[in-house]
Design a protein around this ligand. Structure first.
Ligand code: ADP
Ligand code: MG
Length: 314
């Protein structure tokens, strides 16, 4: 393609909200064989909502949610935001809990005075959060975190988590003072166009893959819903780039589509990194393409544009 053709294509991309960082990136996209999608916030809307909260001890429901939200309020994770939002709603709008403590109820307060004071907050990427409330340790996260903390998961709790995961939800386990006290179910719906894009890529001879830090059972349920056969789950944040490299091993050109901080090494490692425009700045910086409309159809637009631009000279 002539420099003019590249310039024109870059302009066409920009008009469609596909920002391309340079002619090399534009050229590489035509040869893409695998498109690896991050799950949370890329294939899914990234708008997690709590769909259930089960308390396994005699603890009051409001008290349970207050404990969990206090631990999660310092986390930036979408799951944490969903949990805090759910607890906030319960605290302020559930009649049984709204009146029984003497706190000030300012609905729009950014300083959550309705929560417990916590100390020693630690965020454990790919696993959850941990801190202390009243000198007692609270851990909120996945099985891996519970195992690390030496928390026993009773069979009835495990069964409940499995039930959530089989319906494509993520089970968040909560341990307080050495005991498992409850589980939250969180759902994050697929983007409306996700399944159509997956199908479209297949028709173009491109193989879609899903990669996620979430557990295998939830990952498989989501992959099935969207029509992806190739899944890599329980991948630690640093591991996504290794997944990209494993697909590159036979010389295949690999695209990675992601939105999060933990996707940026994989976006950089990919031959074609595509960041969701609504994603974090670090992901956008690491990518070759930015999909400004946050619409997965633009993955196809980008590959098409490259194919059309570079087929003219063949
Ligand atoms: P993803 O690739 O889906 O963005 P992450 O690596 O961010 O996944 O997280 C993987 C898993 O770790 C989550 O599915 C969840 O089980 C657990 N996790 C991470 N952060 C939190 C948190 N703040 N609260 C609870 N669980 C968390
Ligand atoms: Mg993500």
């Amino acid at each position: 393609a002539t420099p003019t053709a590249v310039m024109v294509a870059t302009g066409v991309g920009a008009n469609n909200g596909v920002l391309i960082k340079g002619g090399d990136a534009l050229e590489r996209a035509q040869k893409v064989k695998y498109v690896i999608f991050d799950k949370t916030g890329t294939l899914t809307q990234g708008k997690a909502t709590v769909t259930s909260a089960k308390v396994f001890t005699g603890l009051d429901r409001g008290e349970f949610l207050k404990l969990v939200a206090s631990a999660e309020v310092s986390s930036e994770h979408p799951l944490a935001k969903a949990i805090v939002e759910y607890a906030r709603h319960f605290h302020f709008f559930d009649d049984s809990s709204a009146t029984k403590d003497g706190e000030k109820h300012s609905k729009n307060s950014t300083i959550p005075e309705w929560l417990f004071d916590v100390s020693e907050f630690t965020s454990l990427p790919g696993r959850g959060v941990q801190c202390f409330i009243d000198g007692k340790r609270i851990s909120v996260g996945n099985r891996k975190l519970m195992i690390e903390c030496g928390i026993d998961i009773p069979t009835h709790v495990e069964n409940y988590v499995v039930e959530l995961e089989e319906s494509a939800k993520t089970g968040i386990l909560v341990a307080f003072n050495g005991k498992l006290i409850g589980v939250l179910g969180v759902a994050d719906p697929l983007k409306r166009e996700a399944a159509v894009v997956v199908e479209g890529l297949g028709k173009m001879g491109v193989r879609p893959v899903m990669v996620t830090g979430d557990n295998w059972r939830t990952a498989r349920a989501v992959a099935k819903e969207v029509g992806i056969q190739d899944v890599q789950a329980e991948v630690m944040p640093a591991g996504k780039a290794d997944v990209v490299r494993s697909f590159q091993r036979d010389g295949s050109v690999v695209a990675m589509v992601g939105d999060g901080i933990n996707d940026s090494p994989a976006l950089a490692a990919a031959d074609v990194g595509m960041a969701i425009g609504a994603g974090t700045d670090i992901a956008i910086e690491a990518a070759d393409y930015v999909l400004m409309r946050n619409n997965l159809e633009d993955v196809i637009t980008a590959i098409d544009l490259s194919r059309k631009t570079f087929s003219r000279i063949r």
